[in-house]
Ligand binder design. Structure first.
Ligand SMILES: NC(=O)c1ccc[n+]([C@@H]2O[C@H](COP(=O)([O-])OP(=O)(O)OC[C@H]3O[C@@H](n4cnc5c(N)ncnc54)[C@H](OP(=O)(O)O)[C@@H]3O)[C@@H](O)[C@H]2O)c1
Length: 300
């Protein structure tokens, strides 16, 4: 199986390209630098001709589209840019994949829900609160249209350590708490943190099995962001009392967040016979990673 991965330098992109899956994984992204030992193509995804030429040249069995504008507040403020990257690019890719008979796997989010009654299953009604969530919901429709081999995977709260990727909800608090500084973290946003390597493995397996449709993947532990950060501090021997609770209203973020969110993953678990890791299992894996230990030498 040959897979073209967009967003090669992002957290999920690198998690798909750096390990050895039993598949030919090819990266593409905005920079010139390849990821690991993989074949790599620089591309600007907002150019539809460049997208078509790339898919035509690589002729993958699947495109796994991880590239996105993932800064939810920036999406709220710069809506034209967010639309271009998070929706128009998906339309370009879907058009190329349909014409060339290639499967398209799109990443979506729990932000398609309003967070009143999570955790959510695939059949629960959507009601996005933010522009990011609205665009992701529209992108799902583009990928699940007739005539395209489409797969949509909604996920949330990705964590892991991949060198040179932006900080995530685990690496950022570890940096701050490791310096002995206090952190205020919201105690009213609920979700299930997802080990990024679980997500990468599931995506490759779904493509291999030619699975289509809509699925959820989230980790096995359901908690608030505040609880997560305290657990993190305890796990790595840092002071959990440096973590102070706050509320979403007080945090004053630009984009509204779903509060009682989270994703139920039973459908995927029964299709693949796969159970995602709990938070403590994910942290064990993280602590065992050589490059993580090099980046956080005082923690391990
Ligand atoms: N992280 C989460 O917790 C989370 C939760 C739910 C869903 N998701 C979804 O999962 C997917 C992967 O997330 P992630 O955390 O791995 O994202 P990420 O680390 O922010 O990486 C996104 C990548 O997209 C690339 N990109 C953005 N615009 C591009 C463009 N116009 N042309 C080419 N590349 C472009 C970025 O390139 P540069 O490096 O050049 O900026 C970056 O490498 C996204 O679709 C996201 O919406 C993530």
């Amino acid at each position: 199986m040959r897979v073209l991965v967009t967003g090669a330098h992002g957290l999920l992109g690198r998690s798909l390209l750096e390990p050895d899956f039993d598949a030919e994984m090819i990266g593409c992204g905005r920079g010139q630098t390849p990821v690991g030992r993989r074949a790599y193509h620089p591309v600007e995804l907002s150019d539809p001709r460049a997208v078509f030429s790339l898919v035509e040249k690589v002729r993958p069995d699947w495109v796994i589209h991880t590239a996105a504008l993932t800064d939810v507040d920036r999406c709220e403020v710069d809506q034209p840019l967010a639309r271009q990257i998070n929706l128009v690019v998906v339309e370009h890719l879907a058009s190329a994949c349909r014409q060339l008979g290639v499967g398209l796997a799109q990443l979506s989010t729990d932000y398609v829900f309003d967070g009143r009654q999570g955790p959510y299953g695939e059949k629960d009604p959507t009601n996005p609160l933010s522009h990011y969530g609205t665009l992701k919901l529209h992108s799902e429709g583009v990928v699940l249209q007739q005539g395209l081999r489409g797969l949509v995977l909604r996920t949330l709260w990705l964590y892991g350590y991949l060198p040179d990727t932006r900080r995530n909800l685990v690496t950022w608090p570890l940096e701050v708490l490791g310096r002995g500084q206090q952190l205020k973290i919201v105690d009213d946003q609920w979700g299930n943190p997802t080990w990024v390597h679980d997500l990468a493995q599931v995506l490759v397996e779904l493509c291999r099995r030619q699975v289509q449709g809509l699925f959820h993947l989230g980790g096995a532990t359901y908690l608030t962001r505040y609880q997560l950060t305290r657990e993190l501090a305890c796990f790595f021997g840092l002071d959990p009392d440096l973590v102070q609770p706050t509320t979403t209203a007080a945090a004053g973020q630009k984009a509204p967040r779903p509060l009682r969110s989270g994703l139920r993953t039973q459908a995927l678990e029964s299709v693949l016979g796969f159970a995602p890791l709990s938070l403590s299992q994910g942290l064990e894996c993280l602590a065992g990673q050589d490059d993580f230990r090099r980046a956080f030498p005082t923690l391990c």
